[in-house]
Design a protein. Structure first.
Length: 121
């Protein structure tokens, strides 16, 4: 179970980093969301992965640590707010700039060819 869990965290982290490095805003937002999911899973696993154990101290000899669960719930709420803010910010940038590139510049093939000509002069 731990190997599958670690592989899922690694896959989410890899996909999140890949999408964060893209040039458009929507994949960046999705990448940040995937990174937050990976961090949430990592925090949740820090409380020991146990099945059918209470999260309350004193109920049995083995228990699940409630602190990582509280941290993950807080991180989920903050992650949802951050994602909503980033989507609204991306929509505003798209409306103001006319494109959805992260740097705000839209380089088509004609513009790249013009830049190469300017550099060669």
């Amino acid at each position: 179970m731990e190997l599958i869990y670690a592989a899922c965290v690694g896959l989410l982290t890899t996909c999140g980093i890949f999408l964060t490095l893209r040039g458009r805003t929507f994949p960046v937002v999705v990448g940040l969301t995937m990174l937050s999911y990976a961090v949430n899973l990592f925090l949740f696993s820090s409380g020991r992965l146990v099945v059918n154990k209470p999260a309350v101290l004193g109920q049995s000899e083995t228990y699940a640590d409630p602190l990582p669960q509280a941290l993950v719930l807080t991180a989920i709420v903050i992650g949802c707010a951050m994602t909503a803010f980033a989507v609204i910010l991306a929509m505003r940038a798209r409306a103001d700039l006319g494109n959805d590139h992260v740097d705000g510049q839209d380089f088509g093939t004609d513009q790249l060819a013009d830049k190469d000509k300017e550099k060669s002069k």
